[in-house]
Design a protein around this ligand. Sequence first.
Ligand SMILES: [Zn+2]
Length: 480
Amino acid sequence: MLLYNSASREREQFVPREAGKVSMYTCGPTVYHFAHIGNLRTYTMEDVLEKYLRYTGLSVKRVMNITDVGHLSSDGDTGEDKMLKGARREHKTVLEIAKYYTDAFFVDCDKLNIKRPDVIEPATNCIDEFIEMIETLLKKGYAYEAGGNIYFDTSKLGKYYVFNDFKEEDLEVGVRESVEEDTNKRNKADFVLWFTKSKFEDQELKWNSPWGVGYPGWHIECSCIAAKHLGEYVDLHCGGIDNAFPHHTNEIAQSEATYGHEWCKYWFHVHHLNTNSGKMSKSKGEFLTVSLLEEKGYDPLVYRFFCMQSHYRRNLVFSWENLDNAKTAYNKLVSRVASLTAAQDETVDAAAFEEGKKKFTDALDNDLNTSLAVTALYDVFKLQTNAKTKLALIEDFERVLDLGLISAAEKINVEKKKAEADATPGVSEELLAYINEKIEERREAKKNKDFAKADAIRDELLSKGITLLDTREGTKFSIS
Ligand SMILES: [Zn+2]
C-alpha cells in the first residue's frame, strides 16, 4: 500500500518493520470535554486505515493514550491546564471529569463504528515510566532543570523540526495568546518534561519525582506509552494535522534522544474539518458533537459516510447542507443494498467478485483514497453479475468502510415484510415468504427473457389458489 508519510513528505510503500505485523500508535483525546466531530474525523479515518491494514492480512497492534493530565490550553506548554479547566467548569474533580469524558468519547466511537484500540492507556497510569524516560534524557544531556521544571533541550538534536512545514515562527503561540514567555527555557523550542514550579498552585494531581512534587508535561506521555506497549520502534503514528507540531515533533525528539535511533517510520496526519468560517474548534461557533447530530436526526454513520467521501489529506468543509446531501446518498445506498435479494441457488461469481474487489483495493492502496473506494462500492451495482456476488462484495468492503449498510438494509427488509404481513392478514409468514420468493424468481426469469419459466411459476401458484397481478408498483397477489 502507498501511504503519504508526513515525515518524508512523500508517498511511500508501507512496509512494517516486522513482516506481517504493524505497531500503530494513535494520540488519544484530552478528556476535559466532549469530542467535537472535527476530532472524530481524525479517529474515523484512522479507523479506516487500521481496518484496511487488517483487511490486507496484516496483524495490527494499536495503542492509544488518554490525556488526563498535563495538557495545557496551548500545545506549546502555555495557558491553563485543560483538565483543571474542565473540572472547574463542572464543579467536579479532575478524575471524575476524566472518567466521564473518556466514557463519552468511546460511546461516540461506538456510534461511528470506530473500533477500540487494542490498548487504551491513561497518562496517569504511567507516571513511573515518564520519570524513567526523563531521567534517561537528563543523563544523556538532552534535558535540563531550570526554575524547578525539567525541560527538553532542543538544541542538542541534529534536527528538531521534523515536519518541514513547521518552523521557529510557529512557536509564537505564547505571544499570540498573550501569555508570558517562559524565561527558564534555553531555546525557544524547548518544552517542559516535568512541571514542579507551575504557576497553577491548585494543580489537583501531583506526584513525587526526583525533582520534587509535580506533574508531567503533555508530550512525554505519548513517547512513554508507545514504548510501554510497542517497544523502541513504532511503524505507524497517527493523529490530527494540528498535532504534527509541536506535539509529534516533540515526541520524536524525546524518543529518538532516548534510543539513539529512528523511532517511528510512518506518520499519518488527518487534515481539518472546517466550517465556512474556518477550522472547527470547541471555542468557536456551534459545538458540534455526535449527540447534537443525533438530536438533529442524523444517524452517526451518515457522518462516517460523509468523512469517507473526501480524502483524509484534504480539509473537509462541514455544513448542514453537506451533511444532508450525505444523508440522502447514504439512505439511497441502503435501499439499493436492501433491494438485492439473492435466489437460493445463486453462487458467488469469482471473476466478477475479483473485478469489483480490485477497484476497491486499488483505491485504498493509493494513499487510502476512501472517496474512490466509495465509488467502487457504487460500481458494484453496475456489475454484470448476480445479487449474491454483489452482496458478497458489499460485505467484503464493509470490513473496511464499516458503514452499517448490511444491517440497515436488513432492517428495511424486515420492516417491509412486516408491512406486507399486516396488509395480508391471515396469511402465514411462511406462506408469504414462499410467495415472495416465487415472485422474485419469476421477476428474474422475465428479466432473462425466460418466459416459459415465468409462466410456469405463475401456473404453479395458481394451482395453489394464488393469483398474481402485475402492477406498476410491482407484482401483487391474491389468495382465493
Ligand atoms: Zn500524542
